[in-house]
Design a protein. Structure first.
Ligand SMILES: [Zn+2]
Length: 287
């Protein structure tokens, strides 16, 4: 009787040891699952970060590639893990920004038409009230103005970014004044202005001499701009000879930021227009 009681007690103890053992095992397994899940999330996050970086690299090369890269990256992410679509972009400051090599002309409208850079900034230069520019071009503009000053030339920023609606008002006023055919030679239709990218700027002199006129190109300041702006990432977009490609009459005051390396390559290759430099069709007129 007492023997069987002892056996029973031993068996009871063994029962609890087994229960405890199973519980410990379950806890270890559960912890293992948690660790592996969280490392999966990390892997997914870093993968989507890489895709975003690839997109950024591609955007600076080719707009068409940008769209392709964005399409393929979103497709890949969907296939792998739908929830990762909600992963925030690692560099929100550049998300939705157009490449500095984006081509906007009479054949290519800005996309989306409502585009407005999210990083507009007021550059620290002599300027007309309210002039703002894409932050990626602001520092270069400031350095260029300082270099011009060192060479004895005072420059002034007339304006850089213009919204779709501002351009619409401007263009409609020109059409009312000069007629559409004439207006199209010097003013962009809304959605077709480089100014909407935030990467174009009109440069004048503080005295107002030859302001937004072809004779600006004959001023010492205009000549300095034509000879030196590439060092700071800018090109003279509409020259005396490229109307058949770029679509506009001579505008020695209108500069366009494309980045220092491309502006230098543009200058050294004697490219006739941004269209030809990028290997894109000429845009003499609207389709
Ligand atoms: Zn302009």
């Amino acid at each position: 009787m007492s023997l069987s009681f002892t056996t029973l007690r031993t068996a009871f103890k063994a029962y609890w040891i087994i229960i405890l053992g199973i519980s410990m095992l379950l806890i270890i397994v559960a912890a293992g699952v948690l660790v592996s899940t969280s490392s999966d999330n990390e892997t997914l996050t870093s993968q989507s970060a890489n895709y975003d970086e690839d997109v950024v690299v591609l955007t600076s090369q080719d707009d068409d590639k940008e769209e392709a890269a964005q399409d393929s990256s979103s497709q890949e992410v969907v296939e792998e893990e739908p929830t990762s679509q909600t992963t925030p972009a690692p560099e929100p400051s550049t998300s939705g920004m157009l490449s500095v090599l984006t081509l906007v002309n009479k054949r290519i409208a800005i996309s989306p038409l409502s585009y407005s850079p999210s990083n507009l900034t007021s550059p620290d230069v002599t300027k007309r009230s309210g002039a703002v520019i894409d932050a990626r071009a602001a520092q270069s503009l400031e350095e260029m103005f300082a270099a011009a000053k060192d060479d004895g030339h005072s420059l002034m920023l007339s304006n850089a970014f213009r919204s779709y609606t501002t351009q619409q008002t401007l263009y409609n006023n020109y059409v009312a004044r000069d007629g559409q055919a004439a207006a199209d030679t010097y003013s962009a239709r809304p959605g077709h202005s480089e100014h909407q990218t935030g990467l174009a700027a009109d440069i004048i002199v503080p005295s107002g001499t030859c302001s937004l006129e072809a004779c600006f190109g004959d001023l010492p300041e205009g000549k300095w701009l034509a000879e030196n702006s590439y060092k700071y990432g800018f090109i003279i977009r509409y020259t005396k000879t490229n109307k058949a490609e770029a679509g506009y009459t001579y505008e020695p005051w209108h500069i366009r930021y494309i980045g220092v390396s491309d502006a230098t390559a543009y200058h050294e290759s004697n490219a006739s227009s941004l269209e030809s430099y990028l290997g894109k069709p000429a845009a003499p007129d609207y389709l």
